[in-house]
Design a protein around this ligand. Structure first.
Ligand code: ATP
Length: 448
């Protein structure tokens, strides 16, 4: 698919996010903080579910991958060793007239050569290198001795711990370490909602392999990461591979491919899969003076492992999930419903319980049913307004199943189970509801 043909626009996603509590602008009452976002009640659930799916896929389903949660603040030498102090820069130009700031690699080349602002035609400054790492101080004294960085990627926390993990968990090569956590980059241009922010979350896995087997493992991890997205029931014609050109590869990379997603603003990187070679461990060995070699127990062979990295943005995955799920459907004359078609594994609410009326004991019965379900499912309860309106609210939140309690329920202990995607309704016995929901979740297939 070349051009975006879905129903979402960034405006629609941004406004639905605010209206329904997926994502708010940070510090909105003060006019907002550029590059920072707050995840509301539905957003934090969606983010947690996406993180859980990734974690399960990358740790639980592999006995050769262990988890880690390293600190955001690391010894500043880490970033000298990693090459970030020297190389983690973007080329920056400013317009002297309108004061706009651009990444030189993101505006047409003739604007750079002619030094002409693409917005107002004013004069541009020379291109300067701008380091993306946030700096701050640790301790009381504000001098350079106390300089510390906010980590721009989670990967380094894994590298500096790789020997600890080998020792504590008796890992043998090939093995991986997975981590989810915050990362910070002083991005010059933060456009497109949460796509590129200064504070974001990454889901990274570093796989340590014997040199010479890296190409094979690299291809294996490419396959595995693609099939992960397939399992989440996403629109796979919105996914594609893109190989990095030689001149855009990071300083450590031997090979780099991105999984790109077709967002409303076009194809953009969602996840990177990199062959980082032995670059990072060699440099840490050099800078720390510690031996970072791995010793094969059987043969006593020593080597610095190669690393295959899979690096996905969690918050960028959340934006992808919002865009992917968004749909508008005409139901009846002139009536359009907005529906978020999340896979039940990631939907913020799995099942909503709704009494048809508040009175005649229906609300009490619905609350009881909700209590029966809440230990096993993410539930919601809503008794406000007409039932049709309440269904629409749940459709917009992406709730795949609604359970409605009506007068018949009181007579025969059955409820209505309504499906978000098809809007079909079936009658289910109250004591078979949990089982039925479990089955529906397991067998879920996206129909649109
Ligand atoms: P880009 O070219 O978009 O700046 P990158 O190539 O520098 O990204 P990596 O360093 O490979 O990105 O980071 C791995 C992943 O982390 C990206 O695929 C993306 O999902 C996420 N990511 C990187 N920077 C940001 C950001 N500023 N905001 C949100 N997510 C980000």
């Amino acid at each position: 698919m070349e051009e975006y043909q879905g129903k979402a626009t960034m405006e629609k996603i941004t406004s639905l996010s605010k209206r329904r509590g997926f994502v708010y602008q940070s510090s909105e009452i003060y006019g907002g903080q550029n590059g920072a976002w707050d995840y509301g009640p539905l957003g934090v659930e969606l983010k947690n579910r996406l993180a859980q799916c990734w974690w399960k896929e990358m740790t639980q389903l592999h006995d050769d991958i262990a988890g880690l949660d390293a600190a955001i603040l690391m010894h500043p030498r880490t970033w000298e060793a990693s090459g970030h102090v020297e190389n983690f820069t973007d080329p920056l130009v400013d317009c002297k007239k309108c004061k706009s700031r651009f990444r030189a690699d993101q505006i047409p080349e003739e604007n750079i050569t002619e030094k002409k602002c693409p917005d107002c035609g004013g004069e541009l400054t020379d291109v300067r290198k701008f380091n993306l790492m946030f700096k701050t101080q640790i301790g009381a004294a504000e001098d350079t001795a106390n300089l510390i960085y906010l980590r721009p990627e989670t990967a380094q926390g894994i590298y500096v711990n790789y020997k600890n993990v080998i020792q504590s968990n008796r890992m043998k090569i090939p093995f991986g370490i997975a981590q989810i956590g915050k990362a910070f980059r002083n991005e010059i241009v933060t456009r497109n909602f949460i796509f590129r922010s200064c504070e974001f979350e990454q889901m990274e896995m570093q796989y340590f392999v014997k040199p010479g087997t890296d190409v094979e493992w690299y291809n294996e991890w490419k396959k595995r990461r693609w099939s992960y997205y397939e399992k989440l029931g996403l629109k796979m014609d919105h996914f594609r591979w893109r190989q990095h050109e030689k001149d855009e590869m990071a300083h450590y990379a031997k090979e780099a491919w991105d999984i790109e997603y077709l967002f409303p603003m076009g194809w953009r990187e969602l996840e990177g899969i990199h062959n980082r070679t032995d670059y990072d461990l060699k440099r840490h060995s050099e800078y720390s003076g510690k031996d970072m070699q791995y010793i094969e127990q059987e043969t006593n062979e020593r080597y610095i492992p190669y690393i295959v990295e899979t690096s996905a943005g969690l918050t960028r995955n959340l934006l992808m999930a919002l865009c992917d799920a968004y749909d508008e459907e005409t139901v009846g004359e002139g009536d359009v419903r907005t529906v978020m078609r999340f896979h039940p594994a990631i939907a913020p609410i799995t099942v909503a319980v709704l009494p048809l009326m508040k009175k005649d004991g229906l609300a009490e019965m619905a609350e009881e049913i909700r209590k029966e379900l809440m230990g096993d499912f993410a539930t919601d309860y809503d008794h406000g307004g007409a039932i049709g309106r309440r269904y629409r609210r749940q459709d917009e939140a992406g709730t795949p199943f609604c359970v409605t309690v009506d007068y018949e329920s009181k007579e025969d202990n059955t409820v209505t189970l309504r499906f978000r995607d098809s809007m079909e309704q079936v009658r289910v016995k109250r004591d078979e509801l949990s089982e039925r929901l479990r089955k529906e979740i397991k067998n879920y297939k996206r129909i649109l």
